[in-house]
Ligand binder design. Structure first.
Ligand SMILES: Nc1nc2c(c(=O)[nH]1)N[C@H]1C(S)=C(S)[C@@H](COP(=O)(O)O)O[C@H]1N2
Ligand SMILES: [Mo]
Length: 352
């Protein structure tokens, strides 16, 4: 532990912890939808997380005597909060360094996310009991500002070192923290549902793909209407599926270009959104121009999609996180507005 003279004033440490935790919450949540242009989110999340380790160390050093003085409700909340914070930091760092989870079916990254989410309401209770606004002079005092700045620079330096180690330990790591699984091997990659969506096999004779909404002529296609891999009317795209639970897989996807479906139905050029709906009600929307270049895939690396991967068709949305790649699609809907309720649909779909 550094001597207390090297530490910022206690009230500044406390404020720093609050700001850091809120930063982690925002960047952590935001990272779930991050596109390849949002790499900086993960950098901020990592650097601030490492600075938080030091801030919490300083705080624990200062307050641990209080805990040994006996238990009351406020102290119990503080202890719970400390345990959650340490567990969130440990799982986050361990995931980066290639650690594997003791809980089957839950990666360390997912556990890290749950711990972070659990921590926020406990933090709120803790703040309601203990929050004091530090006075302005202390916060802006030059030596405090310098020490906090030093902490961030230190966090950035350790983060760089840690990235080097992590890239050695987990060579397939992406900037999102995800690890490679089954690239180029057809259907042999993980099957994931976002929450509970898990329909039975879809009888292809009854299945239809509807193109509807803001279109001149609503259309319906049977499976046999869709192009086979290699057909001149078909499309193939190489794209990487990156699931927020911590794995990614890159494949050649064969199917039909969404733009061709929209042209076949005569989509209204003023309608800015295209919504992809699964047989279960799970759905996601893309801006029209992006949707036009997306593919509704029937095949992966030339293999017919397995049921788990979305047979008869699944959306391939390059640059989007996995949860937006809707599986078991049966409708493409051209719309004038985006669909904020789609968030809820992805969470509740599959519960009945
Ligand atoms: N209908 C539907 N589509 C879905 C999901 C789902 O639960 N239901 N899960 C999504 C998530 S979280 C991911 S990562 C990918 C996983 O695709 P895979 O199971 O083919 O690997 O599908 C997405 N598409
Ligand atoms: Mo996912």
């Amino acid at each position: 532990m550094p001597r207390q003279s090297l530490a910022p004033s206690p009230s500044v440490v406390d404020l720093g912890i609050l700001v850091a935790v809120l930063t982690e919450a925002v960047t952590g949540l935001w990272s779930l939808t991050a596109s390849p242009d949002d790499g900086w989110l993960f950098v901020v999340h990592g650097v601030v997380g490492l600075a938080l380790v030091v801030l919490l160390g300083l705080k624990f050093w200062r307050v641990w005597r209080r805990v040994t003085g006996g238990l009351n409700r406020t102290i119990a909340v503080s202890i719970l909060l400390s345990v959650l914070a340490v567990a969130a930091l440990v799982t986050g760092v361990a995931w980066t360094l290639g650690g594997t989870s003791p809980v089957p079916g839950l990666t360390l990254l997912v556990i890290h996310g749950y711990l972070g989410a659990l921590l926020l309401p406990v933090l709120l209770v803790h703040l309601l009991a203990r929050f004091r606004l530090p006075d302005r002079e202390t916060v802006t005092e030059r030596r405090n500002a310098l020490k906090m700045g030093g902490l961030l620079v230190g966090g950035a330096a350790v983060w760089r070192l840690q990235q080097g180690v992590a890239n050695d330990l987990v060579p397939s790591r992406r900037f999102t923290g995800s690890r490679e699984e089954g690239t180029g091997e057809g259907n042999a990659f993980p099957v994931t549902s976002w929450v509970a969506d898990d329909p039975g096999p879809i009888p292809v004779d009854d299945w239809r793909l509807a193109v509807r909404g803001a279109v001149d002529t609503p259309r319906e296609f049977q499976y046999s209407d869709l192009p086979e891999p290699g057909d001149s009317t078909g499309d193939e795209t190489r794209a990487l599926l990156d699931c927020t639970s911590g794995w990614y897989s890159e494949h050649d996807w064969q199917g039909v270009r969404v733009g061709d479906l929209l042209d076949a139905a005569g989509a209204d050029p003023d309608a800015d959104w295209v919504r992809f709906r699964a047989v279960t009600g799970y759905r996601w929307s893309l801006p029209r121009e992006e949707a036009r270049d997306a593919v509704l895939a029937t095949h992966v690396d030339g293999e017919r999609l397995s049921h788990g991967h979305g047979f008869p068709v699944r959306l391939v949305a390059p640059g989007r996180r996995g949860f937006q790649w809707v599986k078991w699609v049966d409708a493409v809907e051209v719309r004038y507005k985006n669909d904020p309720a789609q968030w809820l649909a992805t969470l509740v779909s599959g519960f009945d």
